[in-house]
Design a protein around this ligand. Structure first.
Ligand SMILES: *Cc1c(COP(=O)(O)O)cnc(C)c1O
Length: 386
């Protein structure tokens, strides 16, 4: 038995939806793009959605639409995938890392405040493991300081904050999703930016397509004829294909089932692992519903300094556990580029002890039990050694 930390769920309906598009005339830029965007809007409650070729592309165009450019600082979490901070650098900006809360491992609003200065342009909080950040507090800070707020919601499609879906953008300017196979729903590669602001929506559309507009009323130069279009700024080919969008539409129909199954698995983990004393288990605040992208446990007591050994033991037993994440500023590229970047002490302590256990909707009950048995084994082995 090999149990990975995450895995997609694909069924016959998904395959049928993709094949239908493959048999049609349009592989890219057909009707499925708008249809997928509309279903994302309906699901989250946001007014506009722009689907792109990856979550990273989504972060990039969102950062550009936000106007992040050379000399700007952007505050984000160190406990994230490198793509969050990289997007800021693509735009010429500088990521500044604010420490996380010790329970949710989300960026701490108090720490955000400490990092704001006159160069600060935006805040990119990450809904770590699918648990929403303190959006209300963070949006208050952003409003007071006139900062753009972009949610990195790559983990959090399906999550809720104070009764509303993440992606509704009630508290933010934009929210970014990823449809990589380990995330809540998948299109292979893929991502989206959601927003309620028409001005940002229009910018995002142009940035996705080389900076080109075909909209006559937007032309800067003379309209030469019906073939005419204009490239007005430097954009990219970040388009998502029609067959990927067909997969996305089909996947989104199943999202409530996916989330429900994730929650069931977490419930089993919580009740079984809370019997053992050596782990700090993840929490869920009363006013949120986590999408449970990850089940991140921390070692404590006598296991605290044994992470390496335990991690290897789990891998040897075919549990494809992971560590989420190495604090971004620890990567050599970041160390070299920003030699003065300050360490975040909560993030550091977290990084030393974290292990992500397998969690995905397609997990079988026998696999969940297997994970629990192996975890029980390590605590027993350690007990005997004492
Ligand atoms: C997955 C992920 C991304 C990047 O998404 P891709 O679709 O893989 O490009 C960005 N941020 C976070 C937090 C992620 O987990």
């Amino acid at each position: 038995m090999m149990v990975p930390y995450g895995h997609q769920w694909l069924d016959k309906e998904d395959i049928k939806a993709v094949v239908e598009v493959l048999r049609s005339d349009w592989l890219t830029q057909g009707s499925k793009i708008k249809e997928f965007e509309d279903s994302l809007c309906r699901y989250t409650g946001a007014r506009y959605a722009v689907v792109v070729s990856s979550g990273t592309a989504a972060l990039h165009v969102a950062s550009l639409a936000a106007g992040i450019s050379a000399g700007d600082e952007v505050i984000t979490s160190p406990i994230t995938f490198v793509a969050t901070a990289n997007a800021v650098i693509y735009c010429g900006g500088r990521p500044v890392f604010a420490d996380v809360q010790n329970d949710t491992i989300n960026i701490d609003p108090i720490e955000i405040k400490k990092k704001i200065n006159k160069r600060t342009k935006a805040i990119i909080p990450v809904h770590f493991a699918g648990h929403p950040c303190d959006l209300k507090e963070i949006s208050q800070i952003a409003k007071e300081r006139n900062l753009i707020l972009i949610e990195d919601a790559a983990h959090a499609l399906g999550a809720e904050y104070k009764g509303e879906k993440i992606g509704s953008c009630r508290y933010s300017d934009m929210a970014v999703f990823s449809f990589h196979p380990v995330k809540t729903i998948t299109t292979g590669e893929g991502g989206a930016v959601l927003t309620n602001r028409k001005d940002l929506y229009e910018k995002l559309l142009i940035l996705r397509n080389h900076g080109i507009t075909k909209d006559r009323i937007k032309f800067i130069n003379r309209n030469d004829g019906t073939w005419y279009y204009e490239m007005q700024e430097l954009g990219f080919n970040y388009r998502l294909t029609d067959f990927q969008c067909a997969l996305g539409i089909s996947q989104l129909k199943k999202i409530e089932r996916f989330i429900k199954r994730r929650r069931e698995i977490v419930k089993i983990y919580q009740s079984e692992l809370s019997k053992l004393e050596d782990f700090v288990l993840p929490i869920e605040r009363s006013y949120v519903k986590s999408a449970w992208h990850l089940y991140a446990i921390r070692l404590k007591n006598r296991l605290k300094r044994k992470r390496k050994v335990i991690f290897d033991h789990l891998r040897k037993n075919n549990l494809w556990v992971q560590v989420h994440y190495i604090p971004v500023y620890r990567h050599p590229y970041y160390q070299k580029k920003y030699s003065s970047n300050d360490k975040c002490s909560v993030a550091e302590d977290y990084y030393q002890t974290e292990i992500s256990l397998p969690l995905y909707p397609a997990m079988k009950t026998s696999e969940i039990q297997y994970v629990i048995n192996i975890i029980n084994q390590i605590t027993e082995v350690k007990r005997k050694c004492k």
